[in-house]
Design a protein around this ligand. Structure first.
Ligand SMILES: Nc1nc2c(ncn2[C@@H]2O[C@H](COP(=O)(O)OP(=O)(O)OP(=O)(O)O)[C@@H](O)[C@H]2O)c(=O)[nH]1
Ligand SMILES: [Mg+2]
Length: 394
């Protein structure tokens, strides 16, 4: 999986710029004794900013980006000159990216729209120059403010695909086959579990030029919420779909039970998943005859719409599309609204974090070495004594 182009998880060390220090300087000009303080302000340190960009579909472009540093603000100087603001550092991410603090697992922010910008780490403010501190009784302040320090954080960026319909089912349930039947996507299909190792998106066209996005997600098994199978890694892609299409093959012993196992795994992963609209498709129904279908009907869960389908013969496919479209457009589920109104991204616990990092081959700790000039705390102003006029005599 390491060579895959589908990158939905990266860890990056980020650091904003520190503010430039204010200058301590006295104006010195010919015929201008006692020129007074004229030390300028330091510039602002650069921010680290996340920006949504719809031209990116994965986090692949960030895979080898181990650290991101914004520029420090320039120091102020004489003649009330401001220091230069440090350049911001913008990290472009696909829509649907969620940021977590890698040390605590805490949720930080969420980018859902193209062009949306969130300041991940603020650059330090520049310090004020001594010019600001002149008063009637203190005409030659020999001090200025240091700039504010920089901020740092190791972030985990996670992509949660934004699709309208997410396919939820055990491995081999026929999810990829359905996607290839209703859209132009061509995911790999085979008669063994875990054929699909990464999510596939397809656009399903509906009547009158309308369409919706369907996400084929790797199969889920019992215990997935604890990391079994492909587990946690892909459950998060389901979080963002506005409607979940559960898929259970028609030849399953107990269809209802299998549906409940799936539902339970989702709920354990994030209870909010239960708030999503659900539809049940009984797949591979070409293997069932009418009599069997009639027998199965009453045993199915009655609280959600269901439909018998076959991706091979086309049975029930247009009915399925109708149901999906109707459900997607229900008031409670206005597409755009649901997409925008983000689900509550729960924080990660540390065991989970470690496991994820391990899965991603990201468990090795990486250390950063960077040179840093004098710490702002024991900051000393450098000035040459001869730059100073004597304090005004009384
Ligand atoms: N008879 C019949 N077989 C089907 C149907 N849909 C899928 N299959 C077969 O079921 C097998 C699994 O199909 P996939 O689409 O790869 O299943 P999947 O759910 O994507 O599986 P994973 O990717 O492993 O999670 C394949 O051999 C398909 O040919 C159907 O409607 N009828
Ligand atoms: Mg598949």
């Amino acid at each position: 999986m390491a060579e895959s182009n589908f990158v939905d998880y990266v860890k990056i060390y980020c650091r904003s710029g520190k503010g430039g220090r204010g200058s301590v300087h006295m104006r010195r000009e010919k015929y201008m004794p006692n020129g007074g303080p004229d030390g300028g302000d330091g510039g602002r340190g650069g921010h680290v900013i996340l920006r949504g960009n719809r031209n990116y579909w994965t986090l692949l472009h960030l895979k080898y980006e181990r650290h991101v540093f914004a520029e420090h603000g320039g120091n102020g100087s004489k003649n009330k000159s401001f220091g230069k603001d440090g350049a911001d550092k913008i990290i472009e991410v696909p829509c649907g990216t969620v940021a977590y603090n890698a040390e605590t697992g805490e949720y930080v922010c969420d980018i859902t729209e193209h062009g949306q910008e969130v300041i991940l780490l603020k650059g330090g403010r520049g310090g004020l120059g001594n010019w600001h501190f002149r008063t009637a009784t203190r005409q030659a302040p020999r001090f200025a403010q240091p700039g504010e320090p920089m901020q740092e954080m190791t972030v985990i960026l996670e992509l949660k695909l934004l699709a309208d319909v997410g396919l939820v089912g055990f491995p081999n349930a026929g999810k990829s086959t359905l996607l290839s039947t209703v859209s132009a996507a061509r995911p790999k299909i085979a008669n063994y579990p875990f054929t699909t190792l990464e999510p596939n998106l397809g656009i399903v066209s509906y009547r009158e030029g309308k369409s919706f996005v369907m996400a084929d997600i790797p199969g889920i098994i019992e215990g997935a919420s604890e990391g079994k199978g492909l587990g946690l890694r892909f459950l998060r892609h389901i979080e963002r779909n506005s409607l979940l299409l559960f898929m259970v093959p028609g030849d399953t012993d107990d269809i209802r039970k299998e549906y409940e196992v799936l539902l339970n795994e989702l709920a354990r992963f994030n209870p909010e998943m239960l708030d999503k609209q659900r539809v049940l498709a009984i797949t591979k129904s070409d293997m069932l005859d009418e009599e069997l279908i009639a027998m199965l009907e009453p045993t199915l869960p009655q609280d959600i719409p269901h439909v018998f389908i076959s991706s091979i013969t086309g049975l029930g496919i247009s009915e399925l599309k109708d149901i999906l479209w109707t459900e997607l457009n229900k008031d409670s589920n206005q597409l755009e609204a649901v997409r925008r109104e983000a689900i509550v991204h729960r924080a990660k616990n540390l065991t989970e974090l470690q496991q994820e990092l391990q899965d991603m081959g990201e468990d090795e700790d990486f250390e950063f070495e960077y040179e840093d000039e004098a710490d702002d705390e024991d900051f000393e102003y450098e000035y040459e004594e001869e730059d100073w006029e004597d304090e005004p005599q009384k």
